[in-house]
Each structure stands twice: as C-alpha cells, then as structure tokens.
Design a protein around this ligand. Structure first.
Ligand SMILES: [Fe+2]
Length: 211
C-alpha cells in the first residue's frame, strides 16, 4: 500500500468495535489444540462437551473456542495448513509489553520444543511467529517505540526501503538483553543479527517456511 496519510491525521469518528474478544476455529485436533494453547497461553478450559471447547487465558469469558469436527475431516483438507500461505487471514498478532517478556516467553516455549517459524524485527515491532497445530499463525510482538512513534515508523524512509524487516536471532537478542543492552539499542533492525552472520533483510526474509 502506498498511501501517504500522516500518522494521527485521521479525522473520521471511530466506528470500529472496542476490543477483539475471541476467535473460533473448527478442528479435528481438539486435544492437541487444547494442549498447545495450554502450553503457549496458559489457556484453561471454561466449558467442554463433545462438540465444542471454550478456552480462556485472562479475564475474558473465552478467548478461543474449538468446534470439534470428526477426525477424518482432516483428510478432506490435506492442504488446509497451507491455505494461509496463499489466501485469507495470514496471522493474528498479540502484543507483549516488553522485549524481555517476549524473549523470556520464547525461551519458555523452546524448552517445550515449540519454536517460532519466523523471527524478525519489522522496524515498528520485533515479532516472533508461531503456528498452532492446525497451522493458524500467531505473531507475538513487542512495539519498538511508544505507540505514536511505532505508528510513525511506517512513514519513515527506512520503512519505505525495507517494509518487511530484518531477521533476528532471538537467542542472541536475549543474551544481549541479559548483558544489559537496553531495548532502545536492540530495536535497531540489524541489532538482532549475531556478529559474523549474514544480515537477512527485506524480501530475502521470505522463504517457503516464513511465507
Ligand atoms: Fe503482523
């Protein structure tokens, strides 16, 4: 998109809803999904019967519902996991309020062999993408600036030159953070590349795995 509207110049009254409440999926892998969201979000079941499971991980009544479809249905859609690579919703993004929490969560999940499919500093955000057992992609992100300056990043020359970002090594970034390097320095897009390793930037970050 090449619109050049200035950040903060919107004058129309707000018509959008106030919050994202939940999402609902149809799945032939309810047990696997419950385990995965339990591990990743600390999700707990608030209601379950043979047809539907409601989960939450905060004070919302439910954040995710899983409608059970018969297990053989998965064979009718052998490429369902790949649909998002070509069409429809690509991912849902969820924010951590600090880089430390984002990266400590990465370590926690890594211990359970749950690894990101893509780790990148987009510029406005540092983002780790994961996929649930049905292939729904979730972006865990931290904003690199306060809200105003994160939005303003979209209007910088740097963003125009490279609107995708630079791949990061989360282990390296976390080691830097633990050594006392602040987020204000680590938010530079090249700061997440381990010394001696190639900088992978812009369209080169897009591979069959990250697409
Ligand atoms: Fe995103």
């Amino acid at each position: 998109m090449s619109t050049t509207q200035d950040a903060g110049s919107r004058k129309t009254p707000r018509v959008a809803p106030d919050l994202i409440a939940h999402w609902v999926v149809k799945s032939a892998r309810t047990e696997e999904m419950v385990r995965w969201y339990g591990a990743v979000f600390g999700a707990e079941i608030v209601y379950q019967d043979e047809g539907i499971t409601f989960l939450t991980w905060d004070d919302e009544s439910h954040r995710l519902a899983i409608i059970a479809v018969p297990k053989p249905v998965r064979f009718l859609f052998p490429f369902a996991k790949f649909r998002r690579k070509a069409y429809g919703i690509d991912h849902i993004a969820l924010t951590f309020h600090s880089l430390e929490r984002l990266l400590e969560n990465y370590v926690r999940l890594k211990r359970m062999d749950i690894l990101p499919v893509w780790s990148i500093n987009h510029g406005p955000t540092i983002s780790l993408y994961y996929e649930d057992p049905d292939g729904v992609r979730l972006e865990f992100q931290v904003e690199n600036f306060d809200a105003e300056n994160t939005a303003a990043f979209f209007f910088t020359e740097e963003f125009a030159k490279n609107p995708i970002g630079v791949n990061i090594d989360p282990d390296y970034l976390l080691s830097q953070l633990r050594n006392g390097v602040p987020h204000e320095e680590l938010r530079r897009r090249e700061a997440g590349t381990r010394p001696g390793r190639p900088v992978v930037a812009n369209k080169k970050t897009i591979t069959p795995k990250t697409l």
